[in-house]
Ligand binder design. Structure first.
Ligand code: IPM
Ligand code: MG
Length: 371
């Protein structure tokens, strides 16, 4: 299969983790006889530094003409700490999501047995955790009208949703639930917000078309608590933009590290794949970040091309590294491997260079990067 992929490395650790994901995609292409071509484009603080624009027109044009986009991370402290900055890196990502109509952000959350002891949660709460968050991505408070009064004393962000915006992602989420454990939880704040009441009405109506799916409704404050005390209860979580942003970072604790979680943003055209983590500028250039969120995003990208075997092979490779203790610093701060070593191990596994029964000592000697 031939596919053209736009790669946006972005800011902070974005370039490093994305390089590991591309390395794994190359290993897949070679092993299975596919041809992936890459076109590198700018976005974020990197793009502001080089062009003055967080999302150059060429990036939009290339993305619209691609089969998929692999994206790293966005953001830089020099903008975070300057509330009066006229352009911000994040505007690039938001504009790209809007330009490509990427209305559904899909974030799977899995708990790996080999990492459970490292989670701040008790192991018995983590066993069997496997759910997926459908976060609406092109509406709500992120995209509503913003105002700041002339005297700088009053600000507002409108939260707006239309029935159609709610319906299109709800159908996707219900269809997904049908293929899984047939349970969908709508997370909202319908006791306070008008937009949430619209979400509830639309989801209630749509649910009649998916009678085999059991629907639950949870207020977001309660959902935030339930995610910690009983995460196993969830199968598909459907929610609006801002709530989805917040609870997906919270949910990442269940998997052991924010660095583990991938995401797919899909819409009407090319889809975008990115780890859910941010740009983690403190770690940039140090080869210590976790590349797995990005590598698993590449697996989602392959699945989107209907390359299921290939996606499964990446997931097997990831599980293999974790089970054998090959982890980055975020997971084990004292006995960790460098990011590039993990990327190399995963791509070696994909290429069949690592046999089923491994000799850990040989790998440690070969890599010689253990601290
Ligand atoms: C995410 C990020 C983005 C968001 C930022 C970088 C704009 O936190 O993808 O979760 O809030 O959507
Ligand atoms: Mg976020």
């Amino acid at each position: 299969m031939k596919k053209h992929i736009v790669v946006i490395e972005g800011d902070g650790i974005g370039p490093e983790v994305t390089r590991q994901a591309v390395r794994v995609l190359d290993a897949i292409a070679e092993y299975y006889g596919h041809e992936f071509t890459y076109q590198y484009c700018l976005m974020g603080a990197d793009a502001i530094d080089k062009t003055g624009n967080p999302l150059p027109d060429e990036t939009i044009a290339a993305s619209l003409n691609s089969d998929a986009i692999l994206f790293g991370a966005i953001g830089h402290p020099k903008f975070d700490n300057d509330p009066s900055a006229k352009v911000r890196p994040e505007q690039g990502l938001l504009k790209l999501r809007k330009s490509l109509q990427l209305f559904a952000n899909i974030r799977p959350v899995t708990s790996y047995t080999s990492l459970q002891h490292l989670s701040p949660l008790k192991v018995d709460r983590l066993e069997g955790v496997d759910f997926i968050i459908f976060r609406e991505l092109t509406g709500g408070i992120y995209f509503g009208k913003k105002t700041l009064s002339e005297d700088g004393q009053t600000a507002s962000d409108d939260c707006v949703y239309t029935r159609d915006e709610i319906a299109r992602i709800s159908h996707l989420a219900f269809q997904y639930a049908q293929k899984r454990r047939k349970k969908l939880t709508l997370v909202d704040k319908a006791n306070v917000l008008e937009t949430s009441r619209l979400w509830r009405r639309v989801v209630q109506e749509i649910s009649t078309e998916y009678k085999d799916v059991q629907v639950d409704y949870l207020f977001v404050d309660n959902a935030a608590m339930q995610l910690m005390i009983n995460p196993k209860q969830f199968d598909v979580i459907l929610t609006e933009n801002m709530f989805g942003d917040i609870i997906s970072d919270e949910a990442s604790v269940l998997s052991g590290s924010l660095g583990m979680l991938p995401s797919a943003s899909i819409g009407t055209g090319a889809a975008l794949f990115e780890p859910i983590h941010g740009s983690y500028p403190q770690a940039a250039g140090k080869d210590i970040a976790n590349p797995i969120g990005s590598i698993l995003s590449a697996a989602l990208l392959l699945e989107h091309f209907d390359l299921k075997k290939e996606a499964t092979r990446i997931r097997e490779a990831v599980s293999w590294t974790l089970e054998n203790g090959f982890v980055t610093k975020d997971i084990d701060p004292t006995n960790f491997y460098f990011m590039s070593t993990i990327g190399e191990l995963i791509s070696d596994f994909v290429s069949g260079k690592i046999p089923g029964a491994i000799n850990k000592e040989n790998i440690e000697l070969r890599k010689s990067t253990i601290i």
